[in-house]
Design a protein around this ligand. Sequence first.
Ligand SMILES: NC(=O)c1ccc[n+]([C@@H]2O[C@H](COP(=O)([O-])OP(=O)(O)OC[C@H]3O[C@@H](n4cnc5c(N)ncnc54)[C@H](OP(=O)(O)O)[C@@H]3O)[C@@H](O)[C@H]2O)c1
Length: 407
Amino acid sequence: MSSLAARSAQALRSTARRAPRAAAKIVAKPAQTASYSLLARSAVAGSARRSTVETARGVKTLNFAGTEETVYERSDWPLAKLQDYLKNDTLAIIGYGSQGHGQGLNARDNGLNVIVGVRKDGESWRQAQEDGWVPGETLFPIEEAIGRGTVIMNLLSDAAQSQTWPTIAPLITKGKTLYFSHGFSVVYKDLTHVIPPADVDVILVAPKGSGRTVRTLFKEGRGINSSIAVFQDVTGKALEKATAIGVGVGSGYMYETTFQKEVYSDLYGERGVLMGGIQGMFLAQYKVLRANGHSPSEAFNETVEEATQSLYPLIGEKGMDYMYNACSTTARRGALDWAPIFEKANTPIFEQLYESVKNGTETKNSLEFNGRSTYREDLAKELKEIDEQEIWRAGKVVRSLRPDYKA
Ligand SMILES: NC(=O)c1ccc[n+]([C@@H]2O[C@H](COP(=O)([O-])OP(=O)(O)OC[C@H]3O[C@@H](n4cnc5c(N)ncnc54)[C@H](OP(=O)(O)O)[C@@H]3O)[C@@H](O)[C@H]2O)c1
């Protein structure tokens, strides 16, 4: 590939090498109880003081490629205003997996009243204690946490939300707010049987990233992009509450949607380009190279390494045309010719996938698999199969040669 692309990749690699040191510096600072993040407090102590008198700037309407959309942001909720707005609320984080961990710790660091509810003596109960949640004070069995909470944040796995709903539903009484991070349970109610009580607000804040990223970005003083939505507005304040809590759990920018659009796009995206599609595409390209006599290292470098280390970060940084421009004229010409061919070939597959999401097939499959008592072992077996594919075994060796490689 072009030397320009190679230089960009080198620059990206050296930035990546600097990143861990910066992160370590942030983590080393003392724990804090009232800030958007560790970094925010230490870096902008002056502006944090100003926030006590700051007022909301108001929502922003932005033109996204010709379509006006409303964006809510963290600066709409200066910290003092956020804490005041939620001072009489107790956020009950139910489930302490990836999202429970990230959202719970962020809300606690933001000085909000937070408790965690998980099944006693499970893995999450142990993990929560490790993170400083105290049994009987801030850590409770699920039913007790729901009883104590005013905002019930259902962050159990989607399959568990459905399995536990008969026990949980009667505890969600009038005056409480029901919160989700995915439209899954409510939208596919015919399959999940999750039907919220009619007399509570039902809101959604869905971070567009893993719970680990929700936490990492917060600690860096940044916020994650989230989708927000209202399913049921009993108080007339549901949207306002969703934006406030969204900021509380670590969102930077929040894009308004509906429960249905959130779940459709999310299931579609992760099965498509984000995860399923990319593994299928990588594998197909790699296999054809191997079948034509290319070595594993050559096939891997030309399929995965260059994509993830050089070209995809350029797309992330400044868009597709920027990446094209960073490559050689030879590469550009061929890519321009082949892109429409791939689009045409893939469109029917994406249409089939969207239909499968819409008609509930994907949800049915997910509930069936993730509801099995053996789901952890079954998943581990399938992931091991991927890990053992030649492409990913070759990748381990290629990665070990990177200057910033860590075992
Ligand atoms: N992870 C993401 O990247 C992501 C991103 C955006 C939104 N979301 C959404 O956020 C929500 C939470 O997802 P997550 O990935 O954080 O979930 P997860 O990591 O799969 O969380 C699992 C939690 O559910 C509990 N649990 C599982 N089965 C249970 C059962 N039968 N009874 C009681 N508790 C049970 C686990 O407790 P034990 O430890 O006791 O088993 C654990 O606390 C979901 O709606 C998900 O779609 C996730």
